[in-house]
Write a protein that binds this ligand. Structure first.
Ligand SMILES: NC(=O)c1ccc[n+]([C@@H]2O[C@H](COP(=O)([O-])OP(=O)(O)OC[C@H]3O[C@@H](n4cnc5c(N)ncnc54)[C@H](O)[C@@H]3O)[C@@H](O)[C@H]2O)c1
Length: 421
């Protein structure tokens, strides 16, 4: 019971209306199966448990109302919106946790894609527009082209649905802030999909740094060398729909990691090129250097043009005691010191570990906690990129003051370079 109280006491209670409570309580009384469902509106699945807690005289009665404890579990009813390439990764994640999540709908204007995903997921309903299913879901994973993120997110959040939004959050600062403010008004979770933060190898490297095993950190370098040519997705070639080039679309993961590891940025520069990736209007290859308040430097080289690679995806964090390497190709974290090289973690398998990200999203829905990859933190990373793009167009160094993940980010106008004093 204590666990239920801990997990469901905060935001969900705040949104539970009297009508919800009555409906939910009746539902609880009727339920004996292994799911709690209550046939309607926003958040009712969770409200059912809140109702039990609120209406019961004591903990034991609440436990009984809720279903008697034994074997009762909550499954979040979700839609996957957008059934293209990345939806296949989310498919793996939802299949990995059938006890926590039920995909009730898959959505894509290209109906054969929605149907295929629905079949893979054991017969979810499918359709061309998420509005068809809005009354049947608690949450949605939005996996669509970047220029649709704002409108879909606003629709879902306004209807009281929790949203896991694929990166980048949206195409402009104004769109991002509108989404964040709508999530707050609706009392719903808006989380940005930056799965690297939930990847066991990356988390191990962060722990090593935070625990002092590397000493004083002075340099973090990230390479992402891919060959990426999306003839099947014309929206990816255009700045208007992608939002920029490789740095905005894919590099946003790694700017996010640099901020997460190294703290407050001070200034930075970006050089990009379209050479050999001319299918893209924006740059296909980027080199970014950031300087941080601590004095540490961050570097990111990302390309969609690598016809061969030695490093693949590789992260190196240098400190006064040694260097930690995240080696994606071998699936290992190693520490290099003057004396030795030691493997400190060998991943069970390759891949993005998207199920960790999904589990965190569900945890945040249940607890009301702010996601690690909150929309506000994602916006800070995008502001770094927008200022880098602007400075690079002017041939200057970008002022990145105010763009740390812990800085107060809730102001319009922070995406542009500050005017010279
Ligand atoms: N986290 C990662 O590692 C990662 C990797 C790849 C892509 N992504 C992100 O996933 C998202 C989708 O990328 P993708 O590669 O799957 O693109 P894609 O083009 O393969 O698929 C997008 C799908 O969305 C559909 N769609 C368009 N508008 C829609 C709407 N209004 N409602 C429902 N569906 C709609 C399209 O028909 C298409 O099938 C992007 O935000 C991208 O940046 C993330």
């Amino acid at each position: 019971m204590a666990t239920i109280r801990r997990r469901y006491r905060t935001s969900t209670l705040a949104v539970a209306t009297t009508a919800h409570l009555i409906v939910a309580t009746e539902t609880i009384r009727r339920q004996n199966g292994d799911q709690v469902h209550n046939g309607g509106g926003a958040g009712l699945t969770l409200d059912a448990m809140c109702a039990a807690i609120l209406l019961a005289h004591d903990a034991e009665e609440a436990w009984e109302l809720w279903g008697g404890g034994g074997g009762v579990s909550v499954r979040h009813r979700i839609a996957i919106v957008g059934c293209g390439a990345m939806a296949a990764r989310h498919e793996e994640a939802v299949l990995a946790m059938p006890e926590r999540v039920q995909v009730v709908a898959t959505v894509d204007p290209e109906l054969p894609k929605a149907r295929r995903l629905a079949e893979n997921l054991g017969g979810a309903r499918y359709g061309a527009s998420v509005e068809e299913f809005i009354g049947d879901i608690d949450a949605a994973i939005v996996v669509t082209p970047h220029d649709s993120h704002h409108d879909l997110g606003m629709l879902l959040l306004s209807a009281g649905k929790h949203v896991l939004m694929e990166k980048p959050l949206a195409l402009s600062e104004g769109e991002c802030l509108a989404l964040i403010h709508q999530a707050r008004r609706s009392g719903r979770v808006l989380m940005t999909a930056h799965p690297m933060r939930f990847h066991p190898l990356v988390q191990q490297a962060k722990r090593l740094m935070d625990d002092g095993a590397l000493g004083t950190v002075f340099q973090m370098s990230i390479w992402t060398e891919q060959y990426h040519l999306r003839a099947d997705a014309p929206w990816m070639s255009r700045v208007a729909t992608l939002g920029g080039g490789q740095l905005f679309s894919h590099g946003c993961h790694y700017i996010d990691l640099l901020l997460w590891f190294l703290g407050r940025p001070v200034c930075g520069s970006h050089h990009g090129t379209r050479r050999t990736t001319e299918w893209l209007e924006g740059e296909g290859t980027s080199n970014v250097v950031l300087e941080f308040e601590s004095g540490a430097l961050g570097y990111h080289m990302g390309t969609w043009g690598a016809r061969g690679t030695k490093l693949g995806y590789n992260i190196q964090v240098h400190g006064s005691k040694g260097m930690a390497e995240v080696d994606y190709l071998d699936g290992e974290v190693r520490i290099y010191t003057e004396e030795r090289v030691e493997t400190v973690l060998h991943a069970e398998r390759r891949g993005k570990y998207i199920e960790n990200e999904l589990a965190h999203f569900l945890d945040c829905i249940e607890s009301g906690a702010e996601p690690l990859t909150s929309a506000g933190s994602a916006l800070q990373g995008l502001r770094v990129i927008w200022r880098l793009y602007a400075a690079s167009a002017q041939g200057t160094v970008a002022d990145l003051a105010g763009l740390g993940l812990g800085d107060d980010w809730d102001h319009p106008g922070m995406a542009v370079l500050p005017s010279p004093a």
